[in-house]
Write a protein that binds this ligand. Structure first.
Ligand SMILES: Cc1cc2nc3c(=O)[nH]c(=O)nc-3n(C[C@H](O)[C@H](O)[C@H](O)COP(=O)(O)OP(=O)(O)OC[C@H]3O[C@@H](n4cnc5c(N)ncnc54)[C@H](O)[C@@H]3O)c2cc1C
Length: 397
């Protein structure tokens, strides 16, 4: 078994590493990114950052060259995500466009759609959002009730979406809507491209416990979508949505690197203590917990490599990729629980200020990662997949 990266992958890593060393803003590199006055300011900064990355050819590296990518292999794409996280580079803002919409349009879009939409995704000239979840349809997306009814030249859409990240900044959204209400749940759904500036689209931000408002409710009232914004065939949206959803799971090298860094934070605080209190590292129970987290991070690395091996052999990630998502997300929450115990009352200071540890970054991380067991499929759903498709247990009712 050879677990090392190839020479080409290492050369790719060196090129990217050199670019990042010269271009990642110093505050980010130091691990304490600046606080922005508003989410709008942060999005503007991140659009500019993505534009610079794209100019240097470092966005959508896994896209084919003819669409502006580098045609990177799965190994190179993995290295790319690892290096970005290790350099503490800001994440690109148009993640939905680059990671979900691009690959979906390349696989299922028309030439015209590819020509019209793809070039503006990589440099973040147009941001995208994902209009899938609804108040009554999250884990079971096929229960969605948003309707698209035929009209002259296209469809008229009515319904409500929720948890739509960055919808208030998006120019376009990928939308799942029911076009054939008489068909069985998954059969009558179509995959449409929604103009977020069209009359009838209302976006209402939702405030999260991190204080941020990147989530939204989206109301669609008599929104017209023309025929040329249908992706694939009418009523066949569910199979196309599965292309999109498959890109949400698989490997998570970014999370691996982030949690390695979190482990370093845990070790540092355990050795140094907080507020002049004796360093807690001598506590035998705490030592056991931190050792367990170290082992879990190593298991996450091996899980990632197992999926990577499948992808390199051109096999689909398979239902086992649910294990990768389930394991890292639950590991994350366990590590953050240990972190909060170490921070004690200082863990309550999640905004910058004199009593906040690391400017509140660690406490905000705790709050943010509560969502890890929900997005891209909840832990219960991952367990159902593993029970039924890996262990062969009967379907739950
Ligand atoms: C940070 C974040 C970003 C997101 N961004 C987007 C986005 O941009 N666009 C978008 O469309 N969606 C987005 N989502 C929504 C996300 O996909 C849903 O939250 C997720 O699919 C769960 O759906 P739900 O919230 O409706 O919960 P529900 O499906 O209502 O589930 C509620 C609870 O019931 C459990 N449950 C449900 N069904 C079963 C079952 N069959 N067996 C056992 N337990 C079950 C769930 O595990 C959960 O604990 C985002 C979510 C988060 C947290």
């Amino acid at each position: 078994m050879d677990l090392s990266f190839s020479r080409a992958e290492e050369a790719f890593r060196a090129d990217l590493g050199a670019w990042l060393a010269a271009n990642v803003p110093p505050e980010w590199r130091g691990g304490e990114p600046p606080e922005f006055a508003s989410l709008g300011d942060e999005v503007a900064f991140l659009r500019d950052w993505q534009h610079r990355l794209a100019d240097a050819g470092w966005v959508g590296v896994h896209w084919p060259r003819e669409y502006g990518g580098r045609g990177a292999t799965v190994g190179e794409h993995y290295v790319f995500q690892e290096e970005m996280a290790a350099a503490r580079a800001p994440e690109i803002i148009n993640r939905i466009g680059v990671n979900l919409v691009g690959p979906t349009l390349i696989a299922h879009g028309t030439d015209e759609q590819r020509r019209r939409f793809l070039p503006k995704i990589l440099p973040a000239d147009e941001l995208w959002c994902q209009l899938f979840s609804e108040p009554g349809a999250g884990s079971d997306l096929t229960a969605l009730r948003t309707r698209a009814e035929p009209t002259s030249g296209g469809w008229v859409v009515n319904g409500q979406k929720v948890w739509t990240s960055y919808a208030q900044f998006a120019r376009w959204g990928i939308l799942l809507a029911r076009t054939d209400p008489s068909a069985s749940k998954a059969k009558g759904i179509s995959y449409l491209i929604c103009d977020m500036h069209a009359p009838g689209v209302t976006v209402r931000p939702l405030r999260q416990m991190t204080g941020s408002e990147e989530f939204n409710e989206v109301f669609l009232e008599d929104v017209f979508i023309p025929h040329d914004q249908l992706v694939g065939r009418e009523h066949d949206g569910w199979s196309i949505a599965n292309t999109t959803l498959a890109h949400e799971r698989g490997t998570s090298p970014r999370q691996l690197v982030i949690h390695r860094m979190l482990l370093n934070d845990l070790l540092r605080i355990a050795r140094e203590g907080v507020d002049g209190a004796p360093p807690p590292a001598a506590d035998p129970v705490l030592r056991q917990r931190i050792a367990r987290h170290f082992i879990e991070v190593e298991i996450t690395r091996l899980n990632n490599w197992r999926t990577l091996t499948r992808l390199q052999k051109r096999l689909p990630p398979g239902p086992e990729s649910s294990f990768v998502k389930l394991f890292w997300s639950e590991m994350s929450q366990g590590m953050h629980d240990t972190l909060m115990e170490l921070l004690g009352s200082r863990g309550l200071c999640w905004q910058p200020g004199p009593r906040a540890v690391a400017g509140g970054r660690l406490a905000r991380s705790y709050l943010y990662y509560r969502a890890a067991t929900l997005f891209a499929g909840t832990s219960e759903i991952q367990r159902n997949i593993l029970a039924e498709r890996v262990l062969g247990l009967p379907r739950s009712r």
